[in-house]
Design a protein around this ligand. Structure first.
Ligand code: SF4
Ligand code: SF4
Length: 72
């Protein structure tokens, strides 16, 4: 799969697993995530640095980063 600079891959949030705890919102260094009506939403996708912190710290395992982009 080829992703060009215009196309962004974002963390996937499984709302069936999410408890709405807000940890991902508190964790995100870019403030890319916010709770809206109790559900996390990537409100600023352009700010997501794909750091993986939300995936690592979500207590429910509800967030996954589909793949990591590696620059050679
Ligand atoms: S950290 Fe996980 S369980 Fe908590 S609001 Fe974010 S996605 Fe939902
Ligand atoms: S991958 Fe990092 S920058 Fe992107 S939403 Fe998660 S914590 Fe925020």
């Amino acid at each position: 799969m080829i992703v060009d600079s215009e196309e962004r891959v974002l963390p996937q949030i499984n709302l069936d697993l999410c408890s709405g705890c807000g940890t991902c919102v508190d964790t995100c260094p870019s403030e890319a995530v916010a709770l809206i009506d109790g559900h996390p939403v990537i409100v600023h996708p352009e700010d997501c640095a794909y750091c993986g912190d939300c995936e690592d710290l979500c207590p429910e395992g509800a967030i996954s980063l589909p793949y990591e982009i590696v620059f050679e």
